[in-house]
Design a binder for this molecule. Structure first.
Ligand SMILES: [Ca+2]
Ligand SMILES: [Ca+2]
Length: 263
């Protein structure tokens, strides 16, 4: 287990030394993910828990789903100088949640072929169900070319489905930590509305409209309504006359009325 600890620590340090920003793997992208594994073997295998490796190749089908082919292997000590090796491959689907965020949780389910190699002993192959859950964490902004780098951490299990003599219904538990690099996806950026007039920059023909100004569908200020302006001036003038009458002595009111009206 010492080896597992060292590998996990090394990957963690490398990952968190990188810059952090946001965006996940873009739809349509391909990805490759090398991982180190810690394995806890079924007691029936009578072998030590130890470290292994996985290499996954996948495709981001859309915002929610990935498909992935993985190959994996590990070596374990048994009594004396005997060993047990596990080698296999699997095909899985991944349901990825909250892809637009910086951290994307996922669940995975698939089928695999796992070969158990005993030294000494006879090899054995099993059809296995593969279960997993994990996190993808952005290690930098996704680029305009659709590439992205993410830290990947997952836990899961491989359950043998074949009836075999040596290891019936073996369930091995696996934890993985690695990097997932994706490329070739289609990045969709939400359009921005810089002047905040409700018309996005891509169709705003008048950038920099002052806040609160009514605009047309092109984001340009609507022309002033002349009738509304004249009506507003009349209202202001009438109010000025009323105020003047209230505040002046009665003898002067007739003069003020005349003066204001004249203006
Ligand atoms: Ca705008
Ligand atoms: Ca505008």
């Amino acid at each position: 287990m010492k080896r597992i600890g060292t590998l996990v620590l090394a990957v963690c340090v490398a990952a968190f030394a990188s810059s952090a920003a946001s965006a996940g793997a873009a739809p349509g992208s391909w990805y490759i993910s090398p991982q180190v594994n810690a394995l806890w073997l079924d007691d029936g295998r009578v072998a030590d828990d130890d470290a292994g490796v996985t290499l996954a190749l996948g495709r981001v089908i859309n915002e929610n789903w990935d498909v992935e082919l993985s190959v994996f292997g590990s070596e374990h000590d048994r009594a004396g100088s005997d060993t047990l090796e596990l080698q296999g491959f699997g095909l899985s689907t991944k349901r990825v949640f909250y892809r637009e965020g910086r951290v994307n949780p996922f669940l995975s389910l698939g089928l695999g072929r796992v070969k158990t190699i005993l030294k000494p002993g006879a090899d054995e192959e099993d059809l296995s169900a593969l279960f997993g859950a994990g996190l993808l964490i952005d290690l930098g902004p996704s680029r305009d070319d659709g590439s992205a780098m993410q830290l990947r951490a997952d836990i899961g299990a491989r359950r043998g489905l074949s009836d075999n003599d040596q290891f019936p219904d073996a369930v091995d538990y696996v934890a993985g930590l690695g990097i997932q690099y994706s490329w070739g996806g289609t990045v969709t950026r939400l359009p921005v509305d810089t002047d905040g007039d409700g018309v996005t920059d891509d169709i705003d023909k008048c950038p920099g409209t002052p806040a609160g100004t009514p605009v047309d569908s092109s984001g340009c200020s609507l022309p002033q309504d002349d009738d509304a302006t004249v009506s507003s001036m009349k209202t202001t003038s009438a109010r000025a006359r009323r105020l003047a009458r209230k505040s002046m002595p009665s003898a002067a009111k007739s003069t003020v009325t005349t003066t204001v009206t004249a203006s």
